[in-house]
Design a protein around this ligand. Structure first.
Ligand SMILES: NC(=O)C1=CN([C@@H]2O[C@H](COP(=O)(O)OP(=O)(O)OC[C@H]3O[C@@H](n4cnc5c(N)ncnc54)[C@H](OP(=O)(O)O)[C@@H]3O)[C@@H](O)[C@H]2O)C=CC1
Ligand SMILES: CC(C)CCC[C@@H](C)[C@H]1CC=C2C3=C(CC[C@@]21C)[C@@]1(C)CC[C@H](O)C[C@@H]1CC3
Length: 418
């Protein structure tokens, strides 16, 4: 039986009040963005054009489509994997196993969707279903998070996350109580983090591109760029799927509403905002500007991938020739911290690259509206907050060595600024 972990873990996200507000604010923001993206003025900060009634939001067809999608991704997750990776060591010293077949799931989904389209599946009709789909996803994640909360009631104390077990129902529901909820070998958090939402995002983008082609004869250059950049991002995440096993989402955070809603609703319906905006507000984009934007995305990707790969290689094998020459700081845990290379430039070079890419995804939408830049603003806030959480965890893990790292590398994300 689960026992509460008591008041040891400091409350995050503004405690019970903050998380109660987020429970309402996150879905409200998602619906606001969906409504505003298709409205004429497309004002991020203005009121939504109308408040949709239940007859607009509720559609059994959308719910069926969503459940079919989740079922398909779950089936692909269960297919034989090219590799089975071990996660980080748990409290009870055991390690869980995870299938590495996310990229395979992306390719197989593409083949299945391609096959569907060739026999008449109307992919271009998807944009019209985004509101009811987002509503179905929201309801589903509320129910799912409730089931996860109930499941944690009967989980052993060793299976609980360090946060998310304060005893406050709303706070724990939001953060998530159990660290790695599973049924047999099916890991819900790992599955949701990388599959239905990320792959769904790519196919929503594609449907918006197809719809634009149907409406205007061909997709715009801006739409191609947004689709290409975001496909690269998702493909990269799935190709390097194993790296997600060391993120705080997997190693530290419980699985509750925050991640369930984030993964299954927030990512597909708000991360596709630029493509949604472009369908309803076509933007002219010349070749020279497109080339500049491609260059910005390439620079961002180069930093993002370089930094992530350098750290992952170093953590797997510090004597790998590509990282063995880098300067390091020893820590009391036996692990070392990189203090040169990408991780000597700022303390989160991967966030910097990610933010540069975020800018490149918005630039094809022009500068007439603030709406497509929502992702840049939200993502900056998310990464600044995430960086602060990670610093707290690293300080706890590495103590004086972390102080030394901060002294040697004083900037967090943006050199000489932050
Ligand atoms: N698109 C999106 O919505 C989001 C994207 N991301 C992206 O996901 C990726 C993963 O991000 P995230 O999980 O936040 O964290 P990171 O990949 O930045 O990992 C942080 C961890 O790296 C290790 N570390 C930190 N500094 C050093 C160092 N100098 N040398 C060696 N190891 C170090 C520490 O763990 P340890 O020492 O235990 O190894 C630390 O806890 C990033 O590229 C991020 O941009 C993240 C969130 C949302
Ligand atoms: C809705 C909330 C405010 C926050 C939800 C956060 C989630 C959307 C993100 C938490 C960590 C994420 C990661 C990724 C996607 C977004 C979420 C799920 C990646 C999979 C994106 C691709 C990267 O290469 C790896 C990321 C790991 C963390």
């Amino acid at each position: 039986m689960a026992s509460l972990q008591g008041p040891r873990a400091p409350l995050e996200f503004g405690g019970p009040l903050g998380t109660a507000a987020l429970l309402l604010l996150l879905p409200a923001t998602m619906f606001h963005l969906l409504l505003v993206a298709r409205s004429g003025p497309a004002r991020l900060l203005g009121p939504p054009p109308y408040l949709p009634g239940l007859e607009v939001l509720w559609s059994p067809r959308a719910l069926l489509l969503l459940l079919t999608w989740l079922g398909l991704q779950a089936a692909l997750y269960l297919l034989p994997a090219r590799k089975v990776a071990e996660g980080q060591e748990l409290k009870d010293k055991s390690r869980l196993c995870y299938p590495i077949n996310g990229f395979q799931a992306l390719v197989l989904t593409a083949l299945l969707v391609g096959l569907g389209v060739s026999v008449g599946l109307p992919l271009g009709a998807l944009p019209e279903m985004l509101l009811p789909l987002a509503f179905a996803a929201t309801i589903t994640t509320f129910i799912f998070s409730f089931l996860l909360y109930m499941k944690a009631q009967v989980a052993p104390a060793s299976a609980l996350a360090p946060g998310g077990n304060s005893g406050n129902l709303i706070y724990d529901f939001f953060l998530g109580r159990e660290l790695n909820p599973r049924i047999c070998s099916f890991d819900f958090k790992y599955f949701c983090e990388l599959r239905p939402g990320l792959i769904g995002w790519v196919f929503i983008n594609l449907a918006l591109l197809v719809q634009e082609a149907e409406q205007r004869g061909s997709p715009s250059l801006a739409m191609w760029l947004v689709n290409g950049f975001q496909l690269l991002y998702v493909g990269d995440a799935l190709w390097h799927e194993e790296a997600v096993l060391t993120t705080m989402d997997i190693t530290h955070d419980g699985f509750g509403f925050m991640l369930a809603f984030g993964d299954l609703a927030w990512v597909p319906f708000t991360y596709s905002l630029q493509a949604q905006f472009l369908l309803y507000h076509p933007q002219p984009l010349g070749l020279p500007m497109a080339a500049v934007i491609c260059l910005i995305n390439a620079i961002g990707y180069y930093i993002f991938r370089g930094a992530n790969s350098q750290k992952n290689t170093f953590r797997k094998n510090p004597s790998d020739p590509s990282v063995s020459g880098l300067e390091t700081i020893p820590t009391a845990t036996g692990r070392q911290l990189l203090v040169s290379g990408w991780w000597g430039m700022v303390r989160h070079p991967n966030y910097l690259g990610d933010l540069i890419m975020a800018l490149a995804w918005s630039l094809p939408c022009g500068v007439s509206h603030l709406l497509p830049y929502f992702y840049v603003l939200y993502f900056t806030a998310l990464l600044v907050h995430r960086e602060a959480r990670d610093e707290r965890q690293c300080l706890q893990k590495y103590g004086r060595a972390w102080h030394e790292y901060c002294r040697r590398v004083p900037y967090r994300i943006l050199p000489y600024i932050y």
